[in-house]
Design a protein. Structure first.
Length: 189
């Protein structure tokens, strides 16, 4: 197992009598897949897919625009939709990024009429590392998401939109960490 240094000023919990850690273990780039699935009680649509592989981090959404982003270990950054593919600027090589880097973000409607237009297939129970369900019967009609690559223990540097409620997911067993923030936009149902 690889080790990451714990910055001296990190806020970490330490068991009573335990020592402040100087490093923590993490898995290197590995096959890792996480899904966010939106349901309305009758259908389950793949909304957001994130995979980490030896070659980099891959993000795709199931919205009708079907945005895909890939951030490769050498720093190459690709962005594409159904109709366009673009190589963006060169970024720092993974996993040694010096600061949090936004990989992908978007806003979308998630009401029933729009949900049927999502391009990803309906979610069928297949093996993934984690599944997070969002229920559009409880959420607002629109949501916004941000996917970040984060150096270990630097997650507090990502600014939040405080005008919207947020769900924050931080995956810490990889390097870089992956942070996903989903904001509810508008009034709750």
């Amino acid at each position: 197992m690889n080790r990451a240094k714990v910055p001296q000023n990190s806020n970490v919990l330490v068991e009573l009598g335990g020592k402040y850690p100087t490093e923590v273990g993490y898995d290197p780039f590995m096959p890792f897949e996480i899904l966010w699935v939106i349901t309305n009680g009758q259908m389950r649509k793949n909304f957001l897919w994130i995979a980490m592989r030896k070659s980099g981090i891959y993000v795709a959404d199931g919205t009708p625009f079907n945005v895909h982003t890939s951030y490769h270990t050498d720093g190459t950054f690709h962005w594409k939709t159904k109709n366009r593919k673009r190589v963006l600027d060169k970024r720092p090589a993974l996993p040694d990024i010096p600061k949090p880097i936004l990989i992908q973000n978007a806003s979308t409607s998630i009401d029933d009429d729009y949900l049927v237009l999502f391009n990803f297939a309906n979610f069928e129970d297949r093996l993934v590392d984690e599944i997070i369900y969002l229920d559009n019967r409880k959420l607002t009609n629109g949501i916004n998401y941000h996917v970040w690559a984060v150096p270990p223990f630097r997650h507090g540097e990502i600014l939040l939109h405080t005008e919207y409620p947020a769900y924050i997911h931080i995956i810490t067993h990889t390097n870089p960490w992956i942070e996903v923030i989903i904001y509810e936009e508008g009034k709750r149902k």
